[in-house]
Design a protein around this ligand. Structure first.
Ligand SMILES: [Zn+2]
Length: 70
């Protein structure tokens, strides 16, 4: 898992995964899309903080970004 300091560069966004379950995605640095390619929607307050699951494709991409910047 990435460290807290690394995560500060990328904002997290709680959206839905492909099956509609809430997950935490990692946003790109321009904060319009997620690392797994989902377009960011308006904040859904019901969904917010509703999960501690993380989007697996986002985490994989995020780790690749971190390794590339090392
Ligand atoms: Zn994602």
């Amino acid at each position: 898992m990435p460290t807290r300091r690394e995560l500060e560069m990328h904002e997290m966004w709680c959206g839905a995964d492909t099956s509609g379950e809430p997950v935490w995605h990692v946003l790109t640095t321009d904060r319009t899309t997620t690392l797994c390619g989902v377009e960011r929607e308006d904040e859904d307050s019901r969904r917010r903080h509703a999960t501690d699951r993380h989007c697996f494709p986002c985490m994989k991409s995020f780790q690749a970004v971190m390794e590339a910047s090392r």
